[in-house]
Design a protein around this ligand. Structure first.
Ligand code: OXD
Ligand code: MN
Length: 593
């Protein structure tokens, strides 16, 4: 497959430790994929679904104790603890190699080690970075074949270079106590052991494309961000692109694939998806910031996806998809999840594979009583997406007009506001947060600060990461404007005021108009807020006064937030850039003025 000494020696070393019975190289061919699917079905690792209704689709169940990313078991092993920072878990790299080496020793006995050469980004493009994942899981292989670009052309692109990310994964015994997702950014290495769940084991995604890539981006003057990328096509045929960062479970996939509201559709607006989770951003020759999606598929949350909330996402799952931990509908050998439709299957197995009685469903105990696990997933090919951008495979990426941050805030953040500069925008990203909603009472929930939606994904010290943002601002000649949105303001009864979903295009439309100086705004203590009449509410059952309320800035709520931000900055520690502390002090002063 390759003569590259760095690859071959490393595989020899890893095989000597893990002791697989055999080693199989993944070549990216359909024939090999089909054989692996058959093998996985023969052992029960996967279930072949109804091939007439869901051609090429399979179901997989993880262990019950292994259903999500595990932030407490995720480590950044830089040589010094300070370089990992206070937000990340840290183990000394030598100690970590020793500790995990013991867990990996013999972990693949009786199993096959698969060698997956994969590319994040289009093979051969300036943006692309390569990795090799060694794994003992066919499920991982089949997912990587969807989520990344895999095969011999990746080995050709690596050539005889040592420049690739070395990923080692073993399910081992799926032992929760010894589960580790570990990154050695200074060694271009990722080790993951005792898990079989997507985010922990598809090493190209969060581990490489965010944690390791953010570390590389700082060294190489580019950015790896937890952002969707979407294009808005105007009736005149022009398309403008934005990238947007939201904490997990704030609707990134829905925004990335939104269907314009009818009044926009009639005028000829279209929305195109470039990515739904990760963006790599580089300065282009024209001085603008260009973004590409390093992934080749979607690893989306299934529950809540339906033909109203996100018909495009649903369409992606109809062919060649892998469903993980959803409900198995035995009536027709298909899948179901809460929120798909109002007809839960009568004859079905829940996500654990047990006989499921939908009448016992209890919202207060979703994990215990639902058909699909709340974090159940579909892995689907990007090319299945009806609104996939024609630039998806453009090696240059797309030029970004605006960066949008967002969170789930019941009271504090207005529907949208614009930062006053790149530095102020970096500050806005650094104070991003989401709240748990206390459904009926409207009470404000617990705030989790999630800077740039990267809290679990920065591969180094958060303070240094913010400094990198500030440094990038100084070298991007024509930087995007930075905005913040909040779709989740609630009324006194706890109901969402803004309709969200497709109507979010109205806000993106205002954002893009601001980027071209086509619309005015009011300067408030937090930044520029739209004049209510400038938001297009044609066709919406919402009054101008309601919009004014959505755009209002509650000084008391903000002043309380400032105290919370101060605590968070203290937690991040010594490396918080001085200018961000100055931004915070200036915000406080403006709010008190
Ligand atoms: C994801 C996440 O799975 O952010 O994309 O948790
Ligand atoms: Mn994500």
């Amino acid at each position: 497959m390759t003569k590259n000494k760095f690859i071959l020696n490393w595989i020899d070393e890893m095989a000597a430790m893990t002791k697989p019975d055999k080693i199989v190289w993944i070549d990216g061919s359909d024939a090999q994929r089909d054989a692996l699917r058959e093998e996985a079905c023969s052992t029960g690792e996967m279930i072949k679904l109804n091939q007439e209704l869901l051609p090429g689709c399979y179901l997989h169940r993880t262990a019950v104790n292994d259903v999500a990313r595990v932030e407490g078991r995720t480590f950044i092993c830089t040589r010094t603890k300070e370089d990992a920072g206070n937000i990340n878990n840290w183990i000394d790299p030598k100690e970590c190699y020793d500790r995990l080496g013991k867990l990996f020793t013999g972990s693949m006995k009786g199993r096959t080690m698969y060698v997956i050469p994969y590319s994040m980004g289009i093979v051969g493009s300036d943006f692309a970075k390569y990795g090799i994942e060694l794994t003992d899981s066919i499920y991982v292989v089949l997912n990587m074949l969807i989520m990344t670009r895999v095969g011999n052309e990746v080995l050709d692109a690596i050539g005889d270079s040592a420049d690739f990310i070395k990923g080692l994964h073993s399910k081992a015994q799926l032992d929760e106590q010894n589960r580790y997702i570990v990154h050695f950014p200074e060694d271009n290495t990722i080790w993951s052991v005792n898990s079989g769940y997507g985010g922990n084991v598809l090493l190209g995604k969060k581990c490489f494309a965010l944690r390791i890539a953010s570390f590389l981006g700082r060294k190489e003057h580019w950015m790896a961000e937890h952002m969707l990328i979407l294009g808005v096509e105007y009736p005149n045929g022009e398309t403008k692109y934005v990238s947007a960062a939201f904490p997990s479970a704030c609707g990134k996939t829905n925004l990335a694939m939104l269907i314009p509201p009818e009044v926009y559709r009639k005028k000829g607006y279209k929305v195109w998806t470039v990515g739904d989770d990760i963006a790599w951003l580089r300065i282009g020759k024209d001085g603008r910031l260009w973004a590409m999606n390093p992934e080749n598929g979607f690893f989306g949350v299934a529950p809540g996806t339906n033909d109203k909330s996100n018909p495009n996402a649903l369409a992606t799952t109809k062919e060649g998809a892998i469903f993980t931990n959803v409900c198995h509908n035995l009536e027709n050998n298909t899948v179901w999840w809460e929120g798909l439709d109002k007809n839960p299957p009568v004859n079905a197995l829940n996500w654990r594979g047990e006989k499921w009685d939908y009448t016992k469903y209890d919202k207060a105990d979703k994990v215990g009583t639902s058909g699909a696990h709340p974090n159940s997933r579909f892995t689907a090919k990007a090319t299945n997406c009806p609104c996939l951008s024609k630039e998806f495979n453009n090696p240059a990426g797309v030029p970004i007009s605006a960066i949008i941050f967002g969170g789930r805030r019941a009271r504090t953040a207005p529907l949208v506001y614009q930062s006053t500069s790149w530095q102020n925008g970096t500050f806005v990203g650094s104070i991003m947060a989401s709240e748990t909603t206390a459904a009926a009472s409207g009470a404000v929930g617990v705030v989790r600060r999630d800077p740039m939606a990267m809290r679990p994904f920065v591969g180094y010290n958060m303070g240094d990461y913010w400094q990198h943002w500030l440094d990038m601002g100084k070298i991007i000649p024509n930087a995007p404007k930075i905005f913040h949105v909040n779709w989740f303001r609630t009324d006194d009864e706890g109901n969402f005021i803004w309709p969200g979903f497709g109507d979010n295009l109205r806000v993106v439309d205002w954002i893009l108009a601001r980027c071209e100086d086509k619309v005015d705004a009011d300067l408030t203590p937090i930044g520029y807020v739209p004049k209510a009449e400038d938001l297009n509410i044609e066709g919406l059952d919402i009054s101008l006064d309601t919009i004014k309320g959505l755009l209002s800035v509650d000084r008391d709520a903000w002043l309380a937030d400032v105290e919370n931000i101060k605590e968070f900055y203290t937690l991040v520690g010594d490396r918080v850039p001085a200018v961000l502390k100055e931004e915070l002090a200036a915000l406080e002063a403006r709010l008190k003025a």
